[in-house]
Design a protein around this ligand. Structure first.
Ligand SMILES: [Zn+2]
Length: 428
């Protein structure tokens, strides 16, 4: 069991962006920008999303409100330090800007966060990266308004205070984390996800499921040592406000995830998934995530040949949501004993019609496995190209995500991680 703090935390915090949600919401961004007094804005997106025409349409829709927009479509999917530096250079050269609008998945939104930080504050990327990779400097000045417009349902990047990137020279995924990085406004328009292929809906949806489950089962905020105000972090552990969002997200998923994968034109199911992604983001963006997300970094990072259906990937890729999902059943089997009631409650929400198994520890893993089979997730990390021989390297990658592993309700050793990866080679 986890050690009991000598002076337990009594305070939690909750932060969230302003939210505009619903069909047609993305047509109103010009109005919202005008309220910030913005006249000249940079739209940050990737080439794939730019090809759908959505960023240019959003730019055109700003004109009646007196807002001029330029589209930058150079975002790299899975941003790297080199890619971010380039994007920041571009924004600096073409600036100054009054505000930023990110249109796309987590990569575009995270890139816009980095651009916003480094065009409003002194210093370079490395100054702000989380220690030990960077200096963990806090921005001294306020950032510009950033409006996040997610076009894939799942990442929650529109709600969070982090920017995740690969540092190429060190072969490590790290990030920048500060409350000022959080977008000022999230505009969630389910119409923008209409062209999302079934494989993308499935992986992105599993990311939502895991955001909700991991934040719901994260170490409670009261189990940490008491912090002083300047030590407070955006991710404070499971807390009553985050719990509420996670529970609601799981119910929406139970109702609509399978339908959204089966039929991309099911507008109700798609709207439910967009809402679920938003709810889960509002939860985990304050509570935190743990083992499945820590394991996902090396699973995605060490990919060799795997190419998922539905992705226009030029290079081999294990999508983030898929990478997270593949160890989730085993991770929750492992964490069960730390907070059984929460695991059981989560399973009931995720699979309301399911007969509870005799062994309560199996309830949540079974609910997950049944869902994953129905939406055609791969059968474990073996199916995306890993063997038992890769387990030590995967463990190595996961332990680098200490910040995430510390959120696990049950302390997790390298040996425990090796067991979770090994048992996740094949799930059914
Ligand atoms: Zn995630």
């Amino acid at each position: 069991m986890a050690p009991i703090p000598s002076s337990p935390e009594t305070v939690f915090t909750y932060g969230a962006p302003q939210l505009k949600f619903g069909s047609g919401a993305s047509a109103e961004i010009g109005y919202d920008l005008a309220q910030y007094g913005a006249r000249r804005v940079l739209i940050v997106t990737d080439p794939g999303v730019a090809a759908t025409g959505a960023p240019q349409r959003i730019a055109d829709q700003m004109k009646p409100y007196g807002v001029e927009a330029e589209v930058f479509d150079g975002v790299r999917v899975e941003p790297t330090d080199a890619g971010l530096r380039e994007a920041v250079e571009r924004a600096r050269d073409s600036g100054p800007w009054d505000a930023y609008v990110a249109v796309g998945g987590g990569s575009s939104i995270d890139t816009a966060k980095a651009i916003n930080l480094l065009t409003t504050n002194d210093g370079e990327l490395a100054d702000y990266l989380n220690p030990p990779v960077g200096a963990g400097r806090a921005p001294a000045r306020p950032l510009l308004p950033l409006i996040a417009v997610p076009t894939t349902t799942g990442t929650g990047a529109e709600s969070t205070t982090v920017c995740v990137l690969d540092v190429l020279a060190l072969k490590v995924k790290t990030g920048i984390s500060h409350p000022r990085l959080r977008p000022a406004l999230a505009v969630v328009d389910p119409d923008l996800t209409r062209t999302q292929p079934a494989g993308v809906t499935a992986s992105a949806g599993m990311d939502i499921v895991c955001h909700a489950l991991e934040s719901y089962t994260a170490k409670p905020y009261t189990s940490f040592e008491r912090k002083s105000p300047e030590q407070r972090v955006p991710y404070c552990g499971a807390n009553p406000v985050a719990d509420m969002w996670s529970e609601r997200a799981l119910s929406l998923i139970a109702r609509s995830f399978r339908a959204a994968v089966r039929d991309g034109d099911d507008t109700e199911a798609r709207a439910d998934m967009a809402l679920a992604a938003t709810f889960a983001g509002l939860g985990f963006g304050n509570a935190g995530v743990h083992i499945p997300h820590a394991g996902a970094y090396p699973i995605a990072g060490r990919v060799r040949e795997f190419r998922p259906a539905g992705y226009r990937a030029e290079e081999p890729l294990v999508p983030h949501g898929m990478a997270v999902a593949l160890t989730a059943p085993e991770a929750f089997r492992f964490t069960f004993e730390a907070c059984p009631d929460r695991h059981i409650r989560a399973a009931e929400l995720l699979a309301p019609g399911m007969e509870p198994p005799r062994d309560a520890a199996e309830h949540l893993p079974r609910a997950l496995l049944s869902l994953m089979r129905d939406i055609r997730m791969p059968d474990g990390i073996g199916e995306v190209g890993y063997t038992g021989a890769d387990v030590p390297a995967l463990v190595d990658g996961a332990v680098k995500q200490r910040r995430l592993l510390d959120m696990s309700p049950r302390p997790v050793t390298e040996e425990d991680l090796a067991g979770i990866f090994t048992r996740s080679l094949s799930l059914w």
